[in-house]
Design a protein around this ligand. Structure first.
Ligand SMILES: Nc1ncnc2c1ncn2[C@@H]1O[C@H](COP(=O)(O)OP(=O)(O)OP(=O)(O)O)[C@@H](O)[C@H]1O
Length: 604
């Protein structure tokens, strides 16, 4: 990983506090009270023990001793009740805070209109850390409270120790100074290590997914590639473990040295106090107070330092959450958005250049193309010629690197992207197969159809998949996945590739009233009948809607109003089927090859 981000500790702390205040204010206040009690009870117990012992040593103070004994019992009660309530409050804070944080995180991710961030490894690492942070925001509170707890206990015990010996207090405090410095440095190093190890975990996760998903299981078993992938997965895990082990060892060495230093100081002090009590300079209560105070100071310093270190580390990680939530739009938003007119003339790509990144090759190199209103345009070209890329630009998943896309003359960058997408229906080449019910799989095309099963059925009929879906064990409510059960605990079903493609078509047909219908390889897995239906649908919408059809089956595109051949990043040929055949260019060549295949002629 190239750089460690600097997310702004203060901003992270303020945001975390605000988040928890919104999510669980009463629980956070309760947790604070319980934490304070946890810090103060041991100090109070130490004092009451000292006073009790001193009074017991001097005769005739039964009344006062009784009061102290009652105080000690009460402190014991508080001390034993606080951990359980603290644990409950802490868990509830996590649940409520986690819910809010996760919702906030994914609402922010949803606002990213483009795709580029989802293809940026550094961003994906950040997103994973942000998710970790959102999972359990109570950790942050823990860390911050332990700073307060440590500070209170430190003040209490150091003050108490001063009563026995101011010099010893100074020595104990000085001895704990290195711990501050070392632990803080370790926390920074741990946070940097977590950031560096993130890409390794991402790879490990990718291999884990390959080894555990049904999509990959077939090929991996046939190819006997499991051990090879497992080796890669464990290799990544070993790399991550090595980095963590190195960090743990560093911590072990440094923290052991710190512990030894603390032991030397408290051991020396104990000898001095015992000698003092034996010589009559100190009381028995002083010895008890000393033992409690030294242990208390050391554990308070330990808690304080760890609290600061933890806060530092968790704020750094929480900074990733903050960075994702506050990342702002990934595509420029128009300052003064224009209205998108109902398409009446057409969509024009004007000298469109595009590449996926500055160090990527140009995919489109000055495409000029008009998709006229009410016409069916077919886009053909060799693999990798940029057809799907052009579709992604039309949906504004990316902006052209140069040039513009005009919708009835309006640059699509000047209109709200959601408005643009409302006007488009599409089946992408890599369409989704959602692990949802059949109904959901189709209705997601237009969520207003969720409560209108008849519309969903009509779309499924048009895509030729209604009979299949209606015959499923729970009809349209059946999950189209073998991964989950339905609401009634019945197993889902698996569809065939072509059936899935019809479901994706049905999803797009729910949007058939939109201005532009994009079909990117919609019939690759379809049987001849279904393919025929797709083209019948395209003919039906012709005249009132524009469509863009991408297909390698040239027989399927021959009756488009306009056929466009994309090659070398530009429009190489355009025209009607007969026109392009007569031109004897790429289209004619490819069509000839396919036609010869169908006619059974030898292909030359
Ligand atoms: N997300 C991406 N990031 C980087 N490069 C990409 C990305 N998607 C596509 N490309 C590259 O852009 C080029 C065009 O790809 P595109 O998918 O647009 O081609 P296509 O004409 O649709 O191909 P096919 O006929 O095989 O579907 C290819 O060289 C591909 O490697």
């Amino acid at each position: 990983m190239s750089e460690q981000p600097a997310p702004g500790m203060r901003a992270a702390a303020v945001h975390a506090a605000a988040l928890l205040r919104r999510a669980a204010p009463a629980h956070a206040a309760g947790y604070l009270a319980v934490s304070l009690a946890g810090a103060l009870v041991p100090v109070a117990v130490a004092w009451m023990t000292k006073l009790t012992l001193d009074r017991l040593a001097s005769p005739g103070a039964v009344g006062a001793v009784l009061g102290l004994a009652a105080g000690l019992a009460a402190a014991g009660l508080v001390g034993s009740a606080t951990p359980q309530s603290g644990q409950y409050l802490r868990a509830e804070i996590d649940r409520r805070g986690g819910l809010l944080a996760k919702d906030e995180l994914f609402a922010a991710v949803e606002r990213y209109a483009g795709l580029a961030r989802f293809e940026d490894p550094a961003f994906l690492d950040r997103l994973r850390l942000a998710q970790q942070s959102a999972q359990s925001p109570g950790y942050l509170l823990d860390a911050m409270f332990s700073v307060g707890q440590g500070a209170l206990a430190l003040i209490g015990f150091a003050g108490s120790l001063t009563v026995v010996s101011p010099w010893l207090t100074v020595a104990v405090l000085l001895a704990s100074l290195p711990a501050f410095v070392v632990e803080l440095r370790l926390a920074r190093q741990r946070a940097a290590m977590a950031w560096d190890v993130e890409p390794v975990h991402r790879l490990e996760f990718a291999y884990t997914m390959l080894l555990s998903t049904v999509e990959a299981a077939k090929e991996i078993r046939l190819l006997a590639a499991g051990p090879w992938l497992r080796g890669r997965m464990t290799g990544q895990l070993r790399r991550a473990n090595a980095a963590k082990r190195a960090m743990d060892r560093r911590e072990l060495g440094q923290q052991t040295a710190l512990a030894l230093l603390a032991a030397v100081v408290s051991g020396g002090g104990l000898v001095w106090v015992i000698l003092g009590a034996a010589g009559g300079r100190l009381t028995v209560g002083d010895v008890s107070m000393f033992v409690a105070a030294v242990a208390g100071v050391q554990s308070a310093v330990d808690g304080l330092v760890r609290g600061i270190a933890m806060t530092h580390q968790r704020l750094l990680v929480f900074g990733h959450y903050l960075a994702v939530v506050g990342a702002g739009p990934d595509l420029p938003e128009p300052a003064a958005p224009r209205e998108l007119p109902r398409l009446s003339r057409g969509i024009e790509l004007r000298d469109v250049w595009f590449r996926y990144g500055d160090d990527h090759p140009w995919v489109l190199r000055g495409v000029d193309l008009v998709i006229p209103h009410g016409q069916a345009v077919a886009l053909v070209g060799r693999n990798g010629s940029g057809k799907s890329t052009l579709v992604k630009l039309l949906c504004r998943f990316y902006d052209p690197s140069r040039g513009a896309i005009l919708w009835d003359g309006v640059d699509i960058r000047d209109v709200p992207v959601t408005e643009l997408r409302q006007r488009i229906g599409a089946v992408f080449q890599d369409f989704m197969t959602y692990d949802l019910s059949a109904l959901d799989n189709i209705a997601i095309g237009d969520l207003s159809a969720l409560d209108d099963p008849e519309r969903v059925e009509a779309a499924a009929r048009r895509a030729g998949v209604h009979d299949v879906l209606a015959a499923l064990p729970e009809g349209y409510r059946t999950p189209l996945t073998r991964t989950f059960f339905s609401e009634t605990e019945r197993e889902g079903v698996a569809l065939s590739g072509g059936q899935w493609q019809r479901v994706a078509l049905a999803r797009a047909f729910l949007r058939a009233d939109r201005d532009l219908m994009i079909l990117d390889e919609p019939s690759a897995g379809l049987d001849a009948e279904a393919e025929h239906d797709v083209h019948a649908m395209l003919r039906r919408i012709r005249g009132s809607r524009s469509s863009l059809l991408i297909s390698h089956r040239l027989g399927a595109v021959r009756d488009a109003d306009l056929i466009v051949v994309l090659a070398d990043g530009v429009v190489a040929e355009r025209g009607g089927h007969d026109e392009l055949l007569a031109a004897e260019g790429t289209y004619a060549h490819l069509f000839g090859l396919q036609a010869a295949g169908y006619a059974g002629e030898p292909v030359t």
